[in-house]
Write a protein that binds this ligand. Sequence first.
Ligand code: AMP
Length: 142
Amino acid sequence: MAYDDQNIFAKIIAGELPCHKVYEDDHSFAFLDIMPRTAGHTLVLPRTAAENILDIDAESLAHLMATVRKLAPKIVKAMDADGFILQQFNGAAAGQTVFHLHVHILPRKEGGRLKHHGSEDNMADEKDLEAVAARIRAEIDA
Ligand code: AMP
């Protein structure tokens, strides 16, 4: 499947659709998942057009993972979490629903609930998402 430059995440990076942004730099862009599996569920994307992990050059992938490495502990701290899961789906059969490469960061608390992936039942309230994004941005800027 060829990269579709009209996918939702391409439009978010281009500023054509809204998001609760927590971080951006020359190579990466990160915002909150609107159907969070845990509080603080964040998506980290490369700016470069890549459908999945097999569709990106090694240098750009290294930039992406460096951003994941930078943000994960900040997100954990901002959410008072105890650990985190990284998730990354390649292809519809694997559960990928948006075809611009992204890494999920899921902060986990001891005994906390992990909701289902991509379930509309998880749709978050805009005000709650903005409050979470503000906490994460403050931790990143600290
Ligand atoms: P994946 O299944 O890995 O492709 O994950 C796509 C993720 O994007 C899911 O966890 C969705 O909840 C999330 N998502 C879909 N649309 C948006 C959006 N407009 N803004 C933020 N997250 C979204």
